[in-house]
Design a protein around this ligand. Structure first.
Ligand SMILES: NC(=O)c1ccc[n+]([C@@H]2O[C@H](COP(=O)([O-])OP(=O)(O)OC[C@H]3O[C@@H](n4cnc5c(N)ncnc54)[C@H](OP(=O)(O)O)[C@@H]3O)[C@@H](O)[C@H]2O)c1
Length: 397
């Protein structure tokens, strides 16, 4: 029989209020919000003041509340709330990818020790049901790779630069004005948000738990005119792609990099704030998920789905992790890349390549395309004296 849920809700911002509205329209679900905790006592709210508290204890110590839904924008506070809730036997639903990615191991442990679930479908690609599919559907098939556009703001900026020919600065400004990008956008544009999501995908697809520092993320903030022109001349687009794949050495390659995509690629038409994920399995070949990766109602719909799953006691079994297979991150990789650089650095950079396919110089800048080891790519990327930008052509497997 389905359980009745009494929800203690943390956060009443974009997603929190979105969830409130979505729950009003889903009367069939046996779930009601009992209390809401927010931070700022001086804010005007969309609903009456008596619905709110500013004291987390009012939710966490209430024995009638059996589910905490955590929708706040502070990953450290979110972790404290989640930890306390799980320890007191309350199930938790969260949308916070940074919290889940940074504390994956501890959160797994807390769930096991206290025998209560933590669900976080909304943390990865908002409305797209990717985590539960990886957990359940792809358990029996041989998953080879998962790759996707998992960050809506950067996709919006890239769409504006390629389709509407806006400069990077203007596209970013427009994304900020429309609320798609933060005033300090580096979490998105630097590829960090995409990396947090990739860490979650990596655990649910291949059973590898990594820390944020373990994975390379190159964002779109360093992209320049040469690579955009290169893409446009070939009829391609540049997308920020997070990917994890089985390498021929048995390990798993995983990173976030800007990538050229051709019209044949399923990610080519994933534009604006949409997200898209392509899975490839040994027998089913490719499957493609596309949907809204942000926004109040799309994100709330994934939170709602987790709440609904709790009414029938659903929990992630972390099947791939439980198998205990030793899977390491693949480091011995070769990639075909485009590297844009300053004219003066051309000869310094060529020796990093195993094979140079093309090189070009104009008045002040140039590019090299060719094959580079993952190790050398990371060395060049780390060198802050070099002005450069990498765009992936493909991974050699
Ligand atoms: N927005 C999206 O499209 C989207 C998509 C996917 C995932 N997410 C994730 O969903 C979560 C919420 O995002 P959002 O866009 O809804 O954020 P938001 O609009 O900035 O709202 C944040 C809410 O959290 C509350 N809050 C902050 N610190 C708190 C604390 N210590 N205790 C209690 N309440 C606290 C704020 O309270 P006040 O109202 O008092 O300021 C506010 O109500 C984040 O983890 C985000 O990454 C968002």
């Amino acid at each position: 029989m389905r359980k009745t849920l009494n929800i203690g809700l943390f956060g009443f911002g974009c997603v929190g209020f979105g969830l409130y509205e979505v729950l009003q329209k889903t009367p069939g679900l046996k779930a009601n919000i009992k209390n809401i905790c927010v931070k700022n006592p001086n804010k005007t709210r969309e609903i009456a003041a008596e619905n709110f508290t500013f004291n987390p204890d009012d939710l966490l110590n209430d024995p009638e509340i059996n589910v905490i839904v955590e929708l706040i924008d502070d990953a450290d506070a979110a972790f404290e709330i989640t930890k306390r809730a799980l320890k007191s036997g309350k199930a938790v639903v969260s949308a916070n990818k940074k919290m889940v990615a940074e504390h994956f191991e501890e959160l797994l442990q807390l769930q096991r020790e206290n025998n209560v679930p933590l669900l976080y479908e909304a943390a990865c690609c908002a409305s797209m049901p990717i985590i539960r599919n990886l957990e359940e559907y792809y358990d029996n098939d041989l998953l080879e790779s998962i790759q996707g556009i998992v960050n809506g703001s950067t996709n919006y900026i890239l769409t504006k630069t390629s389709r509407d020919k806006l400069s990077y600065e203007d596209a970013l400004k427009e994304a900020q004005e429309k609320g798609f990008a933060e005033s300090n956008p580096i979490l998105d544009t630097g590829g960090f948000d995409a990396k947090y999501k990739l860490l979650i995908l990596l655990a649910h697809s291949f059973g590898h738990i990594a820390k944020p520092d373990d994975l390379l993320n190159i964002g779109i903030d360093g992209l320049g005119g040469l690579e955009l022109k290169y893409a446009s001349e070939k009829g391609w687009k540049i997308k920020l792609v997070a990917q994890a794949f089985k390498h021929s050495d048995g390990n798993v390659g995983a990173f976030v990099l800007p990538k050229f995509v051709s019209p044949e690629d399923r990610l080519y038409n994933v534009d604006d704030v949409f997200n898209g994920v392509v899975t490839k399995t040994s027998f089913a070949d490719e499957q493609f998920f596309v949907g809204r990766g942000a926004g109040a109602h799309p994100t709330a719909s994934a939170v709602l789905s987790d709440i609904s799953a709790l009414t029938y006691d659903y929990k992630y079994e972390y099947k791939k992790i439980s198998r205990g297979e030793e899977i390491a991150l693949a480091e011995e990789l070769d990639l075909n890349v485009f590297l844009r650089h300053e004219k003066l650095d051309a000869e310094t950079l060529k020796p990093y390549f195993k094979k140079v396919s093309e090189s070009y110089l104009n008045g002040e800048a140039g590019y090299i395309t060719g094959t580079i080891s993952f190790e050398n790519l990371k060395k060049v990327q780390k060198d802050e004296t070099l002005k450069k930008s990498f765009v992936l052509l493909d991974v050699i497997r």
